[in-house]
Design a binder for this molecule. Sequence first.
Ligand code: 3PY
Ligand code: MG
Length: 269
Amino acid sequence: MTEKQFLADKMRSGQPVVTSWCFLRSAMIPEILARAGYGAVTIDMQHGMYDFDGTVDAVTHIALGGAHPIVRIPVGDNALAGRLIDMGAECIIAPMINSKADAEAFARALKYPPVGDRSWSPRRAVMLTGQSNEEYLKASNSQTLGLAMIETREAIDALDDILSVPELDGIFVGPSDLSLSLSNGSALDPNGEATARACAEIAQKALAAGKLAGIFCLSGEKVEEAVSMGYRLISHGIDTVFIDSAARDALGEVSWLKDKVSKASGTGY
Ligand code: 3PY
Ligand code: MG
């Protein structure tokens, strides 16, 4: 039997992994996305509709669909980060990490001693990985990932300090918030030049510090650009957008409905 490859193994070996992003509280939608071919699926508990139970179900269904389960937690909820790793999430993305202290508290919650202070009982995780408790204890500090979101000017100013946290596996860039912060709230411009320059610089520093880098992307073109910058976890494709655009396409196929397809959409990021 071939060894199970974790998201951590793939990213560390340099393989880019593309993740879809889920807001809707569903277990089947993430599984459908996994089965469609996404390497990973991310459940968004910061801006999405997921509660704890819904996220646990989604994590299981993502694993069933053959993809790596990732969860973005709400701001500062490190206790939840530990619970979700116990439930089988392979990677936790923490939004709005703006200082070394933020990064340390987050990263330590995910790692067993002596690296961090994660508390023991990974019941669901060992069922999903098929490991014994002993195997899990030995491997989990390296097979699970904590990625700190860099999405403010404050975080960029503190980036060297954040990257110096040994327990932290890597960073994940949020270009929308980053553009808001860099423009002092005057522009939401995730695909703009200034944002792209900042993203390139963040990746360069992360790689130089030996950390993994991930990023949220809003187009296929941006995915390619991100990979060339060194990002290895790249989000592309959102559940609400998929449903919205498929619904419009389906209606547009009916001759007498074509002109009625709504132009307004609240599904973008
Ligand atoms: C951002 O772009 O700010 C994000 O948080 C994307 O997930
Ligand atoms: Mg954000």
